[in-house]
Design a binder for this molecule. Structure first.
Ligand code: ADP
Ligand code: MG
Length: 393
């Protein structure tokens, strides 16, 4: 998708006031009645309707008059609210090119005033596969109003909390810098997802490091649940960094063993295929005392000494609650069908249209990524300076 941050420069205080009013209204309304927006915004000099038209023009809002006249935020509108807040906090001053597009996120480079480049992840939890959404529809019904905002915000909150906690426990993860709404800002990893790496100097060592991470996570009471070649980054020195944590679950999760085994299996499969590693088929042949092995050399979930309670203890303090965890597990961990190995969903749009179930999706989340985005004014998307309006957010 394209994040036309240029628009940010031209938005006034009133624009942001009205945008925020729509966000607030969405706590109780899928489509926020226009008059309610006007009341919440209560602009000093009036003119809410004109502002709404402007926001609509920039695709920050979606207009709906099927039942009554009203508006809802688009993903872009939500993006702008988060960006504005982070800009005001001075977390970064410019947004650069898009560096990643995952199943449920868009990742951009952002730059600080001193030129340091960071990574910004915008969560898009509405962008799950058709089947998953369908199976969760009953759940969504109860949260009909601000489901994708709510879930994307939870995903960001969770990711930020986990990244921090994991870093504190010495895990190789990006450094968590700040988070707002559905957005997480972290250090930029100078490397490539393992899936793009065709050759390694020491595939055996990397393999052991990675399997060691799965085991150490479990010892800390956690399972990644999406541990695969897309979520492991390798730099030129072959240093491993793991990313992408919104779907992590506790080792006390009722499906914990399955998730653990699946994570392990993904790594075994990938290294066998890509780097032709062969694994011992017999536990007796193992001289690896660190990791207990079953007959095919896999670490065994039941053999791991787990420190449970990590989630509750470490994360409660961060504001990420047990209820948040339960809510988000409905979508990410739990029984969500993940087509591992394909970060790209094919013909997603088609499915959604067929189903007619568009309310949790947003037109923008379906937009295709533009490899070389060009601004309407003709300038490239690279390193665009965003003017800080100066009002606190
Ligand atoms: P998703 O949950 O959508 O899969 P990820 O967190 O896995 O999102 O990020 C998607 C892609 O973006 C990654 O595969 C990687 O290429 C890139 N990426 C994510 N975080 C960073 C980071 N901190 N530094 C550099 N690249 C990153
Ligand atoms: Mg990922």
């Amino acid at each position: 998708m394209k994040l036309d941050v240029n628009v940010l420069r031209y938005l006034s205080k009133d624009d942001f006031r009205v945008l925020t009013a729509v966000e607030m209204g969405m706590r109780n309304h899928e489509i926020v009645p226009t008059e309610l927006i006007d009341r919440i915004a209560s602009l000093k000099h009036g003119g809410t309707y004109k502002v709404l038209k402007n926001l609509l023009k920039h695709k920050l809002l979606h207009h709906d008059s099927s039942k009554y006249d009203g508006f809802r935020l688009t993903y872009l509108g939500y993006d702008f609210l988060a960006l504005k807040t982070l800009l005001n906090r001075g977390v970064f001053t410019a947004v650069g090119r898009q560096i990643g597009v995952g199943k449920e996120s868009d990742i951009f480079e952002v730059a600080k005033e001193d030129g340091t480049v960071l990574a910004m992840k915008l969560h898009r939890l509405g962008r799950v596969s058709f089947r998953a959404v369908k199976s969760k529809r009953d759940y969504l019904k109860h949260r009909s109003s601000y489901n994708w905002l709510y879930l994307s915000r939870l995903a960001a909150l969770k990711e930020f909390a986990f990244m921090k906690a994991l870093e504190e426990h010495g895990f190789p993860v990006p450094h968590a810098i700040d988070s707002n709404r559905h957005c997480v800002v972290m250090s930029l990893i100078q490397g490539y997802p393992l899936v793009q790496v065709k050759q390694l100097q020491n595939p055996d060592t990397i393999f052991e490091t990675i399997i060691g991470l799965v085991v150490r996570l479990a010892e800390h009471g956690l399972i990644h649940c999406d541990f695969n070649e897309f979520n492991i980054m390798i730099d030129d020195d072959e240093k491993v960094t793991m990313i992408d944590f919104p779907q992590m679950v506790s080792v006390s999760h009722y499906n914990a063993q399955m998730y653990f085994d699946r994570d392990v299996e993904c790594i075994f499969k990938f290294f066998k295929k890509r780097f032709s590693l062969s694994f011992q088929e017999n536990a007796d042949a193992s001289d690896d005392s660190e990791v207990d092995s079953d007959e095919v050399g896999r670490p065994k979930f039941t053999d791991i000494r787990k420190i449970t309670g990590f989630l509750d203890r470490e994360l409660a303090a961060s504001g990420f609650t047990r209820k948040d965890q339960n809510d988000i597990e409905q979508f990410t961990g739990g029984d969500l069908e993940k087509d591992l190995g394909s970060d790209v969903e094919e013909s997603q749009d088609e499915h959604i249209q067929k189903d007619g179930h568009i309310e949790v999706f947003d037109s923008l989340s379906l937009a295709k990524v533009d490899d070389n985005p060009v601004e309407p004014g003709g300038t490239s998307n690279k390193d665009i300076e965003i003017q800080d309006e100066g009002n606190s957010g």
